[in-house]
Design a protein around this ligand. Structure first.
Ligand SMILES: [Zn+2]
Length: 230
């Protein structure tokens, strides 16, 4: 046992670290999410990550070539707990780890998109300041580290502050996000992966893609860590 392990084990005795998903005490080399949770968190689609129902989410946007979600989001589930830790408890490690796991599994499934760049969905500067970070950046960073596709959180910005999308219909959500994004001048990738935490109606992601379309971007891949079940 080396000194680092010894110190960690000692610290674990005094301040046990817990799994962000199930609250069980983490053992040995485990970090952030325990091994059992990593294996058993509910994946979308048993045969792969490309569920058919997802393909209809962006049916009006032919430039979206594929949509993938990693985990199934249901109320009071472990997935909800993880996303809550990421968005409201300041646990950035959860974002990086979920992004990495998604990237590794998508790569292993053979569905990894060939895209120039991964783009996170920006928060309005006011909201970003409140939270201290953008959770979508962390997902992009983790996904990028597992796939070697570069990422950026600086090419898109949110230029309008919008009310929460929660509780709104699909049409209301679409109207709510119209014109909220802007693309940095001179940025014109041919293909891009857009990554976000939860996919519900997809209105925000669609608006983001439509904004990028104006720059000449021709292919999009939409990736979300979780898919909300209605
Ligand atoms: Zn766990």
């Amino acid at each position: 046992m080396n000194l680092k392990q010894l110190l960690r084990d000692f610290a674990d005795l005094l301040f046990p670290r817990c799994c962000e998903s199930c609250d069980q005490i983490l053992q040995g080399n485990e970090a952030t999410i325990c091994t059992l949770c990593r294996i058993t968190l509910p994946r979308i689609g048993s045969a792969g990550l490309n569920s058919e129902s997802l393909q209809f989410k962006f049916v009006n946007l032919t430039e979206v070539h594929a949509t993938h979600s990693f985990l199934l989001f249901t109320k009071r589930s472990k997935v909800q707990k993880l996303l809550h830790a990421l968005k409201y408890k300041g646990n950035k490690d959860v974002g990086i780890l979920l992004g990495q796991m998604f990237g590794q599994e998508l790569k292993a499934s053979g569905h990894l998109p060939e895209a120039e760049i991964i783009l996170s969905i920006p928060l309005h500067p006011k909201k970003r300041k409140q939270r201290g970070y953008n959770q979508s950046d962390l997902l992009a960073e983790g996904f990028s580290s597992a796939t070697n596709i570069p990422w950026s959180g600086a090419m898109l910005e949110r230029v309008k502050y919008t009310a929460t999308q929660t509780g709104k219909s699909k049409l209301e959500r679409r109207e709510n996000v119209q014109g909220v994004f802007a693309v940095k001048q001179g940025f014109c990738p041919q293909s891009a992966i857009l990554i976000d935490d939860v996919l519900t109606t997809g209105a925000t992601l669609e608006e983001c893609a439509r904004t990028l379309l104006t720059t000449g971007c021709k292919r999009f891949y939409i990736l979300t860590i979780a898919l909300a079940q209605h």
